[in-house]
Design a protein around this ligand. Sequence first.
Ligand SMILES: NC(=O)c1ccc[n+]([C@@H]2O[C@H](COP(=O)([O-])OP(=O)(O)OC[C@H]3O[C@@H](n4cnc5c(N)ncnc54)[C@H](OP(=O)(O)O)[C@@H]3O)[C@@H](O)[C@H]2O)c1
Length: 283
Amino acid sequence: MFLFRIKSELSSLKVSFIFFLPLLAFLIKNSMKNIVLITGATSGIGLACAKKFAGNGHDLIITGRRNDRLNKISEQLEQDHSVKVLTLNFDVRDNGAVKNALTNLPEEWSKIDILINNAGLAVGMSTVQNGEIDDWERMIDTNIKGLLYVTRAVLPGMTERRKGHVINIGSVAGKEVYPFGNVYCATKHAVDALTKGIRIDTVKQGIKVTQIAPGAVETEFSVVRFKGDENRAHSIYKGFEPLHPEDIATVAYFATTLPAHANINDLVIMPTAQASATILNKE
Ligand SMILES: NC(=O)c1ccc[n+]([C@@H]2O[C@H](COP(=O)([O-])OP(=O)(O)OC[C@H]3O[C@@H](n4cnc5c(N)ncnc54)[C@H](OP(=O)(O)O)[C@@H]3O)[C@@H](O)[C@H]2O)c1
């Protein structure tokens, strides 16, 4: 009789365990789900980050100017990874558009956990004495002011909740200055300084702030820099294996997986064949 009672209690425990296990897994998965905002997710590093974070079950807000690409990417990510994706189509240089998009988010999207400030570009390569003012303005407005506009819109929510992680995609150009890189290098030095500044400004609220500074990564970056000259762009990556955008996504994701007490402040990553901004082991 006694044995029979134990047996029947164990089997009812088994039934409730089988019943509750999927519910428990669902609750755990959802409690670990973050909302990740990635600027410039229509190509290169931003797109690779979107795939990486979606692949790990996080919901995404992805931004860029090319709306057709954003929509296709969003559809694909939702289909492949069963996550939710919100697309926001704005130019980071337009503070009105940035504010409008990010301060009027639907309630379910308003608590951004991770911001990846990735949108950026280099335009042209020349000496300062021969520089194109329009190129300078595009770089300064996108890489410095755009990053600031987005951060200004997102950071107050993070500091209020005392939870958040800002990841800025800097560059080796923010650590060194190379020939003909003057203004692009200046904008990435600004990203380096701003990362340190945001870290200082939010340390009391426990916000994590990380800069990832890559060397050469093969993306659309050089096509943009050389204004559509594909041959010149491809020649940059000839004779060595550059970084792939997925390598940057891997380290960005890794930075977000550290325990609450640990923050990566600054991470420089280069192809193995690259020792500095100008030293490359090309075959
Ligand atoms: N590739 C490299 O070797 C390298 C090395 C170090 C650092 N980085 C940095 O990595 C970041 C990503 O570059 P990438 O290599 O992935 O180049 P990419 O393939 O050209 O991607 C740049 C992304 O930024 C977005 N973007 C550019 N201007 C924008 C604007 N005004 N408003 C909104 N979005 C804008 C683009 O989207 P839309 O065109 O759709 O707007 C695109 O999604 C940049 O900050 C770059 O400086 C790159």
